[in-house]
Design a protein. Sequence first.
Length: 584
Amino acid sequence: MFKPTPLRRATFFIFFDILLSLGTLFLAYNLRFNFSVDAKYLENFLWVFGVLVLLKTISIGMLNLYTISWRFFSLSELKKLFYAHLVAYPLVVMVYYMMPDLFSPFPRSVLIIDLFLSILFLGFFRTLKRLILEGDSNKHLKKTLIIGANTLSQTVIKERTKYYVTAVVDDDENLINTYFSNIKIKSMQHLSEIIHFESIESVVITKELQPQTLNSIYDELKQIGVKEIKLMSFEQQRTTLKDLSVEDLLARNPKDLNKELISTFIKDKVVLVTGAGGSIGSEICRQCEIYGARKLILVDNSEFNLYSITETLKNVEIVSVMQNILDTPNVKETFKKHKPQIVIHAAAYKHVPLVEENIQEAINNNIIGTKNIVDLSIEHGVEKFVFISSDKAVRPTNVMGTTKRICELYASNVDSKSTEIVSVRFGNVLGSSGSVIPKFKSQIEAGGPLTVTHPDITRYFMLISEACELVLQAASIGEGSEIFILDMGESVKIVDLAKKMIELSARDDIEIAFTGLRKGEKLYEELLLEHSDSTTEYESITVAKLTKYEITSLNKDIQALVNTEDKLSKLKEIVPEFNHQTNL
């Protein structure tokens, strides 16, 4: 019986509009005459009221305000109500001059007073339910502070699904002390004071902040006791709200990323990627899609990995090739058939302890496999060959790093003819398969403990997307034989990383256990040897000093490495700085 329908809604509002209009007109008379109205002015009161309410109702109805649900009456509808009054009251004045006898005696100033009273009372009545509902619902919402005054912030304020925004802060001096959605914007410098004063329970960050600033804010919020910290961003044509993660805190956000240069390098090119289904390879493929590659040749030995990356690429022509890079005849046929212009070699065994246990396979896959792809690229006139190297190639203490260093030596010294061959060296990427962060996440889900090999162990970190974009940028400026080094920022203590991940998980029942260094594992990694680098026009990219190694000798040494029983000694011979650590 009481279920709202368009007719019932219109009848309800018309009834109360008439009732309220009667009250506002009577009040207007009293205000005009200081609550002492002469009886003669009330003789035609009903006539005046009838004309006024008829024209007002028609104007409001023509703007479809009688079809709006009471609980959804907004500022936009309030504007329409105002416009309806601006139409109705001049019409009343016209009727007054056309039919003066109907109104006489009538003080015209009553209309002006009634105009303001009517807008006030009718507007307040229509917003009343929303004010009551929102006031009641706010009790069940988390009092929230927003960092950043922008369109994303408006989304949080309007939705009111979980958060009740009571404060907005920003570091833009031009915005401080102005108003945003009826909330005064305050300085980010007073963050702690505002949180205490407003009893803030959660913080939503809608502004893109530099990593140092974001880490500083996180530390401040942690000390205050705010546990719920969210990030809002606009991705793929929609807004996303997610928990602040360790990846966000460790992101590098390189300022000198030249996307136009990368686009020029990749656009309309045929690109072959080995290890295309791996962590680095798959992100390289996605970046090539974004930057307009004409065709992607995806080479991987894993059926599942190849399937996974194939399913994610929708806006570029792809060819999925399930091949082992050691299978020279078949890989050669792939080069001959698809004629790649750019080859990005990401296929490798990278897990240090596993490689220590499988040295022969690592040598075959990492060294011989890389040599095959380099040689085929030169043979088929590939324009650019990019080798993905590692920080573990610097003063290696493990077999994996040593195999990468030998690949760097081969790539830098081979007779490349018309092919420009470059290597790009960087540290750990966040979230890659086998890396520490996914391992810590799974350990947190299992209730701990988080296993760290040593209290002092450190590593460099970078987001996969950032690393891959910088790889493409370095490749685009390479002229051949260079080893490019990506700026990884400051190294991070793994134990500090573990503590931060525990804090972000809001768990206080998880401990950290130290298990001891594994075979071949360093306490810290390096990206270059002292005084061996030169700069490029980009701060995020430097160049390592070239190590000369006569290519005929290197080929003989590699062949001897494959055939010898004492592989560690031969690795040491090729890479004299190799200091094998088996049990630190």
